[in-house]
Design a protein around this ligand. Structure first.
Ligand code: NAD
Length: 504
């Protein structure tokens, strides 16, 4: 079956109206073959503004529905996702080029966060705080926040939305989602799946609880600037964050920024090299190097360099690259030509800085407009040039180190601060790596790779990664407003800090 026909069939099974898929101005391509698989209509900025107004009306009703009842909607969404996992996972593979287990894994992540949100819906609680005034009680309460805008990147086209939406919806917010213009089809599928959950939930769910805005960054800008959007959770490049962050700050809106990563691993003398090898291979080559948490820099102690790096090179030379829909390849395509050009530019830059490159060539698979590459391993004399920036492609820069303090400095000497890992069996090294003067990233791992986070932890990074947190732990607090309440049940009016203000 052609990829165009398969896409249409999947979307129809998922409940997307076929009429929405053609005749529009936004051409959608599958990176698997490079073919155009749909042409969607985009929304005008004016209509996007009206949709946000409608989402605000939805918020006003939804905030009055009790939290545990809102959780029931997430339970139903989780059921719908379970029922449609195969189709949605396959659509992710077609639209992004992920291998089947990663396409399905992304949907599993959505199911996991729905389960998390169901439990959370009964745990949206605040503190009771000791007060210095007699006959008083002080507490904090958490209230729904407003319209939550979600701007998402192409590489996790559905999971990132669900991390945000599941929290926002149990917190009593409505959601307006601007998916990547490269991956709008999976967003339409999620919208249809969500509509089924809402239909089963019944009349307490207002219209426009979830709105999908198809369009490019101009539509994202409407979301960023609209006064009725209380929080924007924006996932994408640091370049995008530099534009979005100040615009949100100008109107004092909340921001959850989930931006680029330049993630590193350190392999210490005592590391289990077999384990490190497998973790590095998945972290650096998996998802064709197109994860925000992809391993991009590797520091190897000089005592184990000659044992590890030749094995790693062999893994790079033998890894299977190819069509993820028709083969058991482990590495699928890059998203588009621009990604391929950026990769080649970074590799030539690396060569100019003394790098020795293994791999990196284009892998011809008979489709001129599909961009498959052999992952590249680059041995660098030091951390320099392209090593300090994120290139969103499968390039792993490998460097030798001899001194632990110096390698920690190098580890932290880049702009991004998302994910990090250390391979060691030395307690002092691992604890130091996790300590106040260790890794400066939002995610720091021991004896596992940089990628593949679970939903239970708060996800996000520091510095140029933007500082936002979403998904698990107490990330939900960003999606609610906190009120501190003091209640006087006495017959006196004592003022705090002993202030007296007695009027006659
Ligand atoms: P991108 O920055 O090109 O686009 C991301 C989204 O932002 C798209 O929906 C785009 O339309 C929108 N956008 C761009 N400029 C905008 C603006 N000025 N105003 C409003 N919206 C705007 O990113 P991409 O190529 O889709 O994704 C890859 C990048 O995303 C990488 O840098 C990767 O590290 C990062 N990423 C980060 C995380 C994380 O959680 N930290 C997760 C996934 C991807």
């Amino acid at each position: 079956m052609s990829i165009v026909k398969e896409t249409a069939d999947l979307l129809s099974k998922l409940g997307v109206d076929a009429a929405a898929l053609s005749g529009g101005d936004l051409a959608v391509h599958s990176p698997v073959t490079g073919e155009q698989i749909a042409a969607l209509k985009t929304i005008s900025p004016a209509d996007a503004g009206k949709a946000i107004d409608a989402a605000h009306e939805a918020f006003k009703a939804w905030r009055l529905v009790p939290g545990p009842k809102r959780g029931e909607l997430m339970r139903l969404l989780g059921e719908e996702l379970r029922a449609h996992k195969a189709e949605l996972g396959r659509l992710v593979s077609i639209e992004v080029g992920k291998i089947p287990s990663e396409g399905l894994g992304e949907v599993q992540e959505m199911i996991d966060i729905c389960d998390f949100a169901v439990g959370l819906s009964r745990q949206l609680y605040g503190l009771t705080i000791a007060t210095e005034r007699p006959g008083h009680r002080m507490m904090e309460t958490w209230h729904p926040l407003g319209v939550v805008g979600v701007i998402s990147a192409f590489n996790f086209p559905v999971a990132v939305w669900s991390w945000n939406a599941a929290l926002a919806l149990v917190c009593g917010d409505s959601v307006v989602w601007k998916p990547s213009e490269k991956t709008p089809l999976t967003a339409l599928a999620c919208e249809a799946i969500f509509a089924r959950a809402v239909a089963r939930f019944g009349k307490d769910a207002p219209a426009n609880l979830l709105t999908v805005l198809v369009g490019d960054r101009a539509v994202g800008e409407v979301l960023v600037d609209h006064p009725k959007v209380a929080l924007v959770s924006a996932t994408g490049s640091t370049r995008m964050g530099r534009e979005v962050g100040p615009r949100l700050a100008r109107r004092f809106a909340r921001a959850v920024l989930e931006l680029g990563g330049n993630n590193a691993g350190i392999v210490c003398p005592s590391a289990d090299l077999d384990m490190a090898l497998r973790a590095i291979a998945f972290g650096a080559m998996g998802t064709a190097g197109q994860r925000c948490t992809t391993l991009r820099r590797l520091f190897v102690h000089d005592s184990v360099y000659d044992q590890l790096v030749p094995r790693l090179k062999k893994a790079y030379q033998s890894v299977s690259v190819g069509n993820p829909l028709e083969s058991s390849a482990l590495v699928g395509p890059l998203i588009d030509k621009a990604a391929f050009d950026n990769m080649q530019k970074a590799l030539s830059d690396a060569r100019a800085h003394g790098g020795k490159v293994t791999g990196g060539e284009r892998f011809e698979n008979g489709h001129n407009d599909a961009y498959y590459v052999h992952p590249a391993l680059v041995e660098m004399p030091k951390q320099d040039g392209p090593v300090t920036e994120e290139t969103f492609a499968p390039i792993l820069y490998v460097m030798k180190y001899s001194d632990f303090d110096a390698v920690l400095d190098d580890h932290n000497a880049v702009g991004a601060g998302l994910s990090s890992s250390i391979f060691t069996r030395d307690l002092q090294e691992s604890e130091r790596f996790l300590s106040a003067d260790g890794s400066d990233c939002g995610i720091a791992n021991v004896n596992i790779g940089t990628s593949g986070a679970e939903i239970g932890g708060a996800f996000g990074g520091e510095k140029e990664t933007g500082g936002g947190r979403e998904s698990g732990s107490d990330a939900w607090k960003a999606y609610m407003r906190r009120a501190t309440n003091t209640i006087n049940y006495s017959r006196e009016l004592p003022l705090a800090q002993g202030v007296s203000f007695d009027i006659e």
